[in-house]
Write a protein that binds this ligand. Structure first.
Ligand SMILES: [Zn+2]
Length: 104
């Protein structure tokens, strides 16, 4: 299926905030990195895969967590934050270079 490239991020906020990519699912809209500049976990939660950094990834690798998310159906996790318009888990994984983790 072909679909148009890149839904532009229409940020309603005035200031340009940097966003970060989730190392588990590849979601590129995280408002916080999963670790701070000193390498300590920020304990943020990815709204896409629901991984709680510093907690869920303390005893599992990002690859393991990704596999679980994928095998669990690649669903959007957050109840409070809706997925971006046109969100596509498959595409997200591909863009992030995580395609290898897709079950086949
Ligand atoms: Zn994620």
């Amino acid at each position: 299926m072909v679909h148009p490239q890149g839904a532009p991020m229409s940020s309603s906020g005035a200031t340009a905030r940097s966003t970060f990519t989730c190392p588990v699912c590849g979601f590129a809209g995280l408002t916080e990195p999963h670790v701070d500049p000193t390498g300590s976990p920020t304990y943020s939660i990815c709204p896409c895969c629901g991984v709680h950094f510093g907690n869920d990834d303390a005893d599992k690798t990002h690859v393991e967590l990704r596999r679980e998310w994928i095998e669990g159906g690649r669903a959007w996790w957050s109840q409070n934050q809706p997925p971006p318009e046109g969100w596509d888990a498959e595409e997200q994984l591909k863009v992030a270079g995580f395609k290898d983790a897709a079950p086949n």
